[in-house]
Design a protein. Structure first.
Length: 378
């Protein structure tokens, strides 16, 4: 009987680290789905970790300049695999290289960034006034003090014209302007009134900040705004070594123009990509649209990143893929997959694999999300 060689690599929630072992209880949501399908059609299979076996890391496959494919699609073409055990995005160029099963889920393009900073914090006493206002207050205080010294100096000079300058300055810093005429008293009155008004304004603004909800500095909310931010070099795109960007036809040219000005920073391993995100990177990925509650969502508890979904971004179907020589196998697989499809949502959310993201809430700083990974369905 034919033994199907299924390729996979560790991908959070879809393929756990023990997926290639028959005894693995929680191999990952998508590995469980394909195992159920193969059990229904009675076909033997072997799950291969392409990371360990072939050194392929997080690369489903990209078409190269010479027409060949990298990643797991390349392994299919080289007859080192018969099937890819992780569903990937269906595209026209990939359909020329592989056979896709029926779609299993709908994914949407999203951006992942580091946790946004607060535009204000309730604990910081200077938040009532902006930096410009504080500078103006400091300047005004210095100006009043210099005016005070100026008045006192000439008063002392008139009373003691023969006193040495150093004695005048000693008297100047130890003498109250209240000892002098009405002009100095008016200045003191202005200082007192100004201080009173500023203190009342400060108190009012502080009460407003304490009662108002906290706000976050969200750098962008749409794909167009993300491109603007990258073009101005305030942030940059982060990606894996062979990762390509998903874009609609109308905006792909803009991507290329922006990347020329501010090149993509790439890394080979997951930890390195996370470091890029933490340091100002924008990582594009895809997420099962059923798991996203809104435009902004927290990633999970451990990785406190923010998911930004452009409401106008395109959605993509994902499916399992086979070598071109297995057309009859794909037909059998699809027949069994139809029976399993109603349970897909239960499998993907079972065993703690995936759960609905917690929406972005500015009112609760302790909640960053629940255990659920963003998938590299590219």
């Amino acid at each position: 009987m034919t033994n199907i060689r299924i390729g996979a690599f560790p991908l959070e929630k879809d393929a756990q680290t023990c997926f290639e072992l028959p005894s693995c209880k929680h191999p990952g949501a998508e590995v469980e789905i394909l195992k159920m399908v193969f059990r229904l059609i009675g076909v033997n299979y072997t799950v291969i970790d392409v990371w360990k076996e072939f050194g392929e890391v997080y690369d489903f496959g990209a078409k190269q300049a010479d027409g060949n494919w990298s990643g797991m699609i390349g392994l299919l073409q080289k007859d080192k695999l018969d099937m890819i055990g992780l569903s990937m995005r269906i595209s026209s160029d990939r359909e020329e290289a592989v056979l896709f099963s029926y779609p299993t889920r709908v994914f949407q393009s999203v951006f992942v960034i580091a946790p946004p900073t607060f535009t204000c914090t309730r604990q910081f006493i200077f938040n009532a006034f902006s930096r410009t206002v504080w500078l103006f207050i400091v300047f005004f205080v210095i100006l009043l003090y210099l005016s005070d010294l100026f008045i006192n100096y000439f008063k002392l000079k008139g009373i003691h014209p023969d006193k040495p300058i150093h004695r005048l300055f000693l008297d100047l810093f130890s003498t109250s302007i209240s000892l002098y005429n009405i002009s100095a008293r008016v200045l003191l009155l202005v200082i007192l009134i100004t201080t009173f008004l500023l203190s009342q304004l400060y108190q009012t603004d502080m009460y407003a900040y304490l009662s108002a909800p906290l706000t976050f500095a969200i750098p962008f909310r749409t794909t167009k705004e993300a491109l603007d931010v990258v073009e101005k070099k305030k942030m940059y795109f982060a990606a894996y070594e062979n990762q390509t960007f998903l874009c609609t036809q109308s905006i792909c040219n803009r991507y290329q123009q922006v990347i020329k000005k501010n090149p993509v920073r790439r890394a080979f391993r997951e930890k390195e990509v996370q470091n890029l995100i933490t340091n100002g990177g924008i990582y594009q990925s895809t997420v099962d649209s059923a798991l996203l509650p809104g435009q902004l969502s927290w990633l999970n508890e451990k990785q406190k990143y923010l998911i930004i979904r452009d409401e106008d971004a395109p959605s993509y179907y994902v499916a399992y893929s086979f070598s071109k020589k297995y057309k009859k196998m794909v037909d059998k697989f699809n027949s069994a997959l139809i029976e399993v499809l109603p349970a897909v949502s239960l499998i993907t959310t079972g065993h703690g694999y995936n759960t609905r993201k917690i929406p972005f809430e500015v009112s609760d700083l302790q909640i960053y999300g629940i255990s659920s990974g963003v998938h590299n369905k590219i």
